[in-house]
Write a protein that binds this ligand. Structure first.
Ligand code: PLP
Length: 390
């Protein structure tokens, strides 16, 4: 048996503060089992074992279209949405369909590590836009666009995680989103909006999405069940213009593969259709908020004054800036000797050296005691390093 209860990359017995997964006790295991049991009786069950539509499970599409129209007034139809095998799949598909090797693309610095990896896989020429507490700095983006235009180039797309960004936890305000849409129109690039943390919000309201503000024009928006149900189901969705969705769904991979993961998509459709997802979501938000508060409280009491960190209103992550005299690799080495693992800032930048004084902590996965203990231990290590370097 190769089965493991440890998520990918987690060393047994350690405190994996890097893990951006839901904790075991936040997975709705029994509720999903009830849905599977109900789906099982023959002949109904055969639908789970067959190829599916290239656009994905029809009931799940209907559920998501209705929900997005009800909650966000998007005014989309079934032609605007397809089911995909997780948001990452959508990033890969968009990178392949919107750009070719050597093309320029824009992404925040820092940004989601695996998206940067995908852009490198496709040999795209990545231009980094620095962020502050409100996400991408528009003036910096405009400078990059001007510099590119001077070389006769313009980016094919801008990749952005607009809400509770991975890794920084920041949310971009509406005014910036509008300003970036203006730049996208002027320079003719698509906005690839990876909104995976949308439903893990601790306050009522979020700014309108890029998709909503641009009335769906030249925006592709991604969502996922990985953060709010279970990442192992590998189910997400993509929203875009009907033309773009038709061309994505018409790719050989989807036509031949019978759509994205028909088995789990049918289970997710039944789970959502029964009202279980909304119920789980309401509970989950409280759980993540409590974890966020615990982590922020531990940072407040444990970190030396020279360390700065973000205070996210949702999502999974807190982003720390270390003093210049503390290198993240040195800290990682000392922390690992105590069984504590965090995500080094380096992986989130196109130029890894830019992350030499940053790290990302995740409050989604580790048990609450470990979350407090791990943050306290990091605070002590940083304090010791500062004292030695003083
Ligand atoms: C910004 C972002 N996009 C995508 C993903 C992965 O989503 P999925 O499991 O749907 O591929 C993550 C998970 O860490 C993420 O933070």
């Amino acid at each position: 048996m190769f089965a493991s209860t440890m998520p990918q990359g987690v060393v047994a017995g350690s405190i994996p503060l890097f893990a951006g997964h839901p904790a075991h006790d936040l997975l709705p295991i029994e509720a999903v089992r009830a849905v599977v049991d109900a789906a099982w009786p023959a002949p109904n069950v055969t639908r789970l074992f067959n190829y599916g539509d290239e656009r994905g499970n029809p009931e799940l599409i209907s559920f998501l279209v209705d929900r997005l129209n009800r909650e966000e007034k998007l005014g989309i139809t079934r032609e605007n949405l397809m089911i995909i095998g997780g948001s990452t799949w959508g990033v890969d598909m968009a990178a392949k369909q919107l750009a070719k090797p050597g093309d320029a693309v824009l992404a925040d610095a820092p940004s989601y590590r695996d998206a940067l990896h995908i852009f490198r896989d496709h040999q795209l020429d990545l231009f980094a836009v620095p962020i502050d507490a409100g996400g991408a700095i528009v003036e910096k983006m405009a400078e990059s666009l001007k510099a590119l235009a001077a070389q006769g180039r313009s980016p094919k797309f801008y990749y952005v995680v607009p809400n509770f960004q991975n890794p920084s936890g920041v949310t971009m305000p509406e005014a910036r989103r509008r300003a970036i849409i203006q730049l996208a129109r002027r320079y003719g690039f698509v906005i690839l909006e990876d909104d995976v943390y949308h439903d893990i919000r601790f306050e009522e309201e979020l700014p309108p999405s890029f998709f909503q503000l641009a009335e769906g024009k030249n925006v592709l928006r991604l969502g996922t069940f990985s953060k709010t149900l279970a990442p192992g189901l590998r189910i997400g969705w993509l929203i875009g213009s009907s033309d773009r969705i038709a061309s994505f769904a018409g790719s050989g991979k989807l036509v031949m593969g019978g759509g994205a993961n028909p088995f789990s998509a049918a289970i997710v459709a039944d789970f959502c259709g029964s009202g279980a997802w909304e119920k789980h979501l309401r509970w989950l938000r409280g759980q993540y908020r409590m974890r966020r508060d615990l982590a922020l409280g531990a940072l407040q009491v444990s970190m030396p004054a020279a360390v700065e960190w973000t205070r996210p209103d949702g999502g999974y992550f807190i982003w720390l800036r270390l003093p210049r005299s503390v290198n993240v690799d040195d800290l990682a080495q000392l922390a690992q000797a105590r069984g504590i693992y965090f995500a080094s800032g380096r992986g989130f930048f196109a130029h890894p050296a830019d992350g030499a004084h940053h790290l990302r902590l995740s409050f989604s996965y580790v048990p609450l005691d470990d979350l407090q203990y791990g943050i306290k231990a990091l605070g002590q290590l940083i304090g010791r390093m500062l004292a030695e370097r003083a």
